[in-house]
Design a protein around this ligand. Structure first.
Ligand SMILES: Nc1nc2c(c(=O)[nH]1)N[C@H]1C(S)=C(S)[C@@H](COP(=O)(O)O)O[C@H]1N2
Ligand SMILES: [Mo]
Length: 497
């Protein structure tokens, strides 16, 4: 029974910690309490309130916890006879938790994770403890030693459970707080304009031209995301400058806000991959801030540092020319999501993220490439990271069966700050056919393409290539992303019947 109770508490602790860290929601136990409240007949709920006063909710949670403890002990007591009976109890309890979590408003797949983590902890800790007990029973001569081991393991699990729960609470509280500040922010000059209609070709299956924040790819080295209150944020611009600048959040957003559609892509993106997205970014132009600081002679880069110590070196040239390199404060008309760099990140059209798009940016040091090296460059990736021209087939998917005859192919192509002149598609090594392109507001975004071709019965290989506004045709040479971005043509296999 003790093994059952300990395993149960450990599982509650890990699921609670997971919920705190991940979903900003309440833990599965509270979800169950909410479900009980929702399902309770009005008369019962009212009675509970009159008897318990405002303590009705804590009382309910405590009641559920007591019931759970009883179930835990019960599960533990069943381990004697069979291995599957306690597992069944764990699974049923987790099932109730999962049901309650998924019954919450706007519940998504991620919300199930705390329950899964809890279930895994229950089963793992319980079987470990039961094993330890069995060993002890088989060797009565060692009883006192084994008993001590069991008690030590049990004690360690208890301490670890409490520590995990407290750590989760700590991380989660900070995040919740910042999330509230973020939701309440209204930044002057930030609009909610949606994508111009002509950017979309209206072909089902092509990635939407404007990537919603929730669907935007996320890449960073952070384990726990930095959670920074806007009031606590500041940026220092220093190094080879005439005047050091230190800016707080309200000072930054009090400046002229620029808005631009810009496609961001990752150097690690494989040919045909999804580490690319297009959003409307709002922020303050870096060229203006750097001019105000006064860049010294001989400087050729800016070493950017994030709140969590990640760095990258960005050529000065792209931060001071006429492109919209900015300190972004909003993404698609909303304050930056925490995972995309709240409250301030850098966005530079035309460069891969690893040399430009610092999330949670706090420090800009005007410097030289000879002196400065960013996080990924130090690990062997190229110091310069201009985006390479690329194209992708979104529809049909590789492996799809299609009807022979007219087949519509579609996807996206990008070469930020150069622009796309044309996209061409080739079936089975035949002629390159030009696709229709969606309209775009600037050369800094990706473009949708689509073309309808006559496809005879049988298996086919289809490839796509883009041609840039500078006349460059996308290379067909297959190269891995390391060290400065993949090349090669996205190729799919379909079967027409
Ligand atoms: N602080 C910080 N900023 C970072 C990174 C990081 O690891 N830490 N990764 C970079 C990389 S490699 C990319 S591709 C982009 C991705 O930005 P996103 O997660 O908003 O899509 O952020 C860049 N900025
Ligand atoms: Mo990246």
């Amino acid at each position: 029974m003790l093994a059952g109770v300990l395993a149960g508490l450990a599982g509650l602790a890990t699921s609670y910690a997971t919920a705190m860290v991940l979903t900003i929601r309440e833990s599965p136990v509270v979800a169950v309490a909410e479900l009980v409240i929702r399902l309770a007949p009005g008369a019962v709920a009212e009675r509970a309130i009159t008897i318990l006063g405002t303590a009705d909710k804590p009382a309910l949670v405590v009641g559920i916890l007591v019931l759970l403890l009883a179930c835990f002990a019960w599960a533990g007591s069943m381990a004697r006879g069979s291995w599957w009976r306690p597992v069944l109890v764990w699974v049923v309890l987790a099932g109730i938790g999962l049901g309650a979590v998924m019954a919450q408003r706007n519940a998504g797949v991620v919300d199930a994770l705390p329950v899964l983590v809890g279930l895994m902890t229950w089963v793992a800790v319980h079987s470990a403890l039961v094993d330890a007990l069995r060993r002890q029973q088989r060797r009565p001569d060692l009883e006192s030693h084994e008993r001590r081991v069991f008690l030590m393991v049990a004690g360690a699990i208890s301490v670890a459970s409490v520590a995990i729960a407290v750590a989760g609470r700590f991380v989660g509280a900070g995040r919740r707080h910042v999330e509230v500040s973020r939701r309440l922010l209204r930044i002057p000059g930030v609009t909610r304009r949606t994508a111009p209609a002509a950017t979309s070709l209206g072909v089902a299956g092509i990635a939407p031209w404007q990537t919603p924040n929730e669907d935007f790819y996320q890449i960073d080295t952070a384990i726990a995301l930095p959670t920074i209150e806007p009031d606590d944020w500041s940026l220092r611009i220093h190094g080879m400058v005439d005047r050091e600048l230190v800016l707080g959040y309200s000072e930054l957003v009090a400046r002229q806000v620029t808005e631009s559609w810009i496609t961001l892509s990752c150097v690690s993106n494989e040919v045909g991959g999804g580490l690319v997205g297009n959003a409307r970014w709002s922020g303050v132009r870096l060229a203006d801030l750097l001019a105000e600081a006064g860049v010294g002679a001989g400087a050729d880069c800016v070493l950017q540092t994030s709140h969590d110590g990640w760095t990258c070196a960005t050529p000065l040239e792209v931060l001071t020319d006429d492109r919209d390199a900015m300190l972004a404060v909003a993404m698609n008309g909303r304050p930056l999501p925490i995972e995309h760099g709240f409250p301030v990140r850098t966005i530079v059209p035309g460069l891969y993220g690893y040399v430009s798009a610092t999330k949670w940016v706090v420090d800009l040091e005007v410097s030289t490439f000879a002196e400065s090296m960013g996080y990924w460059t130090d690990k062997g990736w190229s110091a310069l990271g201009p985006v390479k021209i690329a194209s992708r087939i979104d529809v049909p998917r590789s492996g799809d069966d299609v009807e022979a005859g007219e087949v519509t192919f579609g996807g996206v192509a990008w070469h930020q700050h150069t622009g796309i002149e044309a996209v061409e598609v080739q079936v089975d090594g035949g002629a390159w056919e030009r696709a229709e392109l969606g309209e775009v507001p600037s050369v800094d975004t990706w473009v949708q393409w689509a073309v309808t071709l006559d496809v005879p019965e049988g298996d086919h290989e289809v490839r796509v290539r883009a041609i840039g506004l500078d006349g460059e045709t996308q290379s067909s040479v297959r190269r891995a992303p390391d060290p400065d971005g993949a090349t090669g043509l996205h190729t799919i296999e379909i079967s027409a019947g």
